[in-house]
Design a protein around this ligand. Structure first.
Ligand SMILES: [Zn+2]
Length: 287
């Protein structure tokens, strides 16, 4: 069984041309990273269905972000997915809330069934900036949701850490291997470990890990700093261009990652924790 903390389902629904993926029926194996056959083959039974209402052609928020939540739910219903229950189903995730005008927008997306929020996609917004959390950001910490610090500035992550609140970094690279702003430092890895959170590594070719060996190396590094309870899968599948996926193109390819980890000395128990158990622990915290 596998759980994926970040699947950009809305990007696929709305912008498949940009992603160079085939748009065909979702229950058929096609040239795209996620479809029902790929999930079944690899045993992916839990995934965070991410709604990121940003047009990748010009990197600006859509005019009606709320409708993107409805569109995603409709798509998932159509293909037989159901909201998370008893270790199966999808968690509705909102990625990027810089469009919100006030706290009532947060309340609104939660009322639509969003159970996980990553408030940042940009470097600063109403929730905070590199100096730290703003009042709206502190308010968000009190909600019964999974808090995702992917894309967040380090100053914000520090402030969240200092409140002791558990958070995840669903899809990221590591500065240790690729030193860009988008990636997290060893300091952040340690913070995640201390608050009982989980980190997922995206299969991005430039900033993340796009081969089984590289991905295993990333997870090994996290384990060394934060412990084996802080590793989870977070592919960013359907959010990355097909042509740039390297040798981790579909869920089936992850078997090679797990083999590498065993080779690096991980027990089968630890690999299972990475595959789903750590993520389920986070989910159970809000359900
Ligand atoms: Zn993202």
């Amino acid at each position: 069984m596998m759980a994926d903390m970040h699947v950009d389902i809305y990007d696929y629904i709305q912008y498949p041309e940009y992603l160079e993926m085939e748009k065909g029926p979702f229950d058929r194996e096609m040239r795209r990273s996620v479809d029902i056959p790929s999930m079944e083959k690899a045993g992916v039974r839990i995934f965070f269905a991410s709604v990121c209402p940003i047009d990748p052609n010009n990197y600006s928020y859509e005019k009606d972000p709320i409708s993107s939540v409805e569109k995603t739910k409709e798509f998932l219903r159509k293909w037989g997915f159901h909201p998370y229950e008893r270790r199966e189903g999808y968690i509705l995730h909102m990625e990027g809330m810089g469009w919100s005008k006030g706290y009532e927008d947060v309340k609104r997306v939660i009322s639509l069934g969003v159970k996980s929020i990553g408030p940042f996609w940009e470097k600063e917004n109403v929730f905070g900036d590199n100096k730290g959390l703003k009042e709206t950001g502190y308010r968000l910490l009190k909600e019964n949701i999974i808090l995702d610090m992917a894309h967040a500035p380090e100053g914000v992550i520090r402030d969240v850490y200092e409140t002791d609140r558990t958070f995840i970094v669903s899809h990221t690279g590591l500065k240790r291997f690729v030193d860009v702003e988008r990636n997290i430092s060893d300091r952040v890895i340690r913070w995640v470990g201390e608050v009982g959170g989980v980190i997922g590594i995206f299969v991005d070719k430039d900033w993340g890990a796009h081969t089984p060996y590289l991905l295993a190396k990333h997870y090994n590094h996290i384990k060394r700093i934060a412990g084996e309870e802080s590793v989870g899968i977070g592919t960013d599948f359907l959010g990355l261009k097909w042509s740039e996926l390297g040798t981790l193109k579909r869920y089936e390819d992850f078997e090679k990652v797990f083999k590498w980890l065993r080779y690096m000395g991980w027990s089968s128990e630890e690999v299972e924790n990475l595959k789903w158990r750590n993520v389920v622990r986070i989910i159970d915290g809000v359900y």
